[in-house]
Design a protein around this ligand. Sequence first.
Ligand code: 6PG
Length: 255
Amino acid sequence: NGRGELRIHDSIDELSTDLADYIAELSDASVKERGVFTIALSGGSLIGLMGRLCEAHYKKTVDWGKWHIFWADERVVAKNHAESNYKLAKDGLLSKVPIIPNHIHSINDSASAEQAAEDYEFVIRQLVRTRVISVSEINDCPKFDLIILGMGPDGHVASLFPNHSALNGNDGWVTFITDSPKPPPERITFTMPVLNSASNVAVVVTGIGKSEAVHLAIDNVGPNCLLLPARMVRPSNGKLVWFLDKPAASELDNF
Ligand code: 6PG
């Protein structure tokens, strides 16, 4: 029915283990099939929840040298700034596993938001051309092996916020905003067509504060919520999985 697979966990600990196993399995499948694994990260609590991947077990089983890392959204700040999604991922994960430094595709942090978005799209275009990133069969969008998203209490994903013009998706692959309701204001973000072209999309959401948005994004609650960014995530030729803890899932119908 398009709403995706729901994985509802009793504890954060259990969710983290399941998330790490899920990522490791997708990595394995992509490396076997294409020799690379392209994964796009987001910011926020998600990176902490991925932390289990640093554990010794995954050091042996995951083919880190085949990973290419991207960001579904990034704050336009210096790479060493406390608010940088790159820094968050670097400190929490990327510095602890043997990823090849030039496979980490971070944004140009010395440009304006507009220029950074343009530059990032160019980087992605080059990697599509060289077949590191696959291409969607439906449109010419890049097809990432996995895009991992968090979700805000307002239902935003990546830096696509409710009622924002960036949601219209007529802006190519990567667009920018300068008025993010969640600070910092300047961000670049994948557009909705790129999110929906991925082979796999995982949305990772925890906590009671997001239960209403989870309900609106997943259940059949009438036409009003159709414009909720999280609800617009429906991969056209890929698989959607929600990783939820019980508080986040608590307002779902049939919970
Ligand atoms: C960002 C994000 C954003 C985030 C959600 C959830 O850069 O802020 O990529 O989309 O994933 O806001 O963040 P939390 O999990 O911290 O609530």
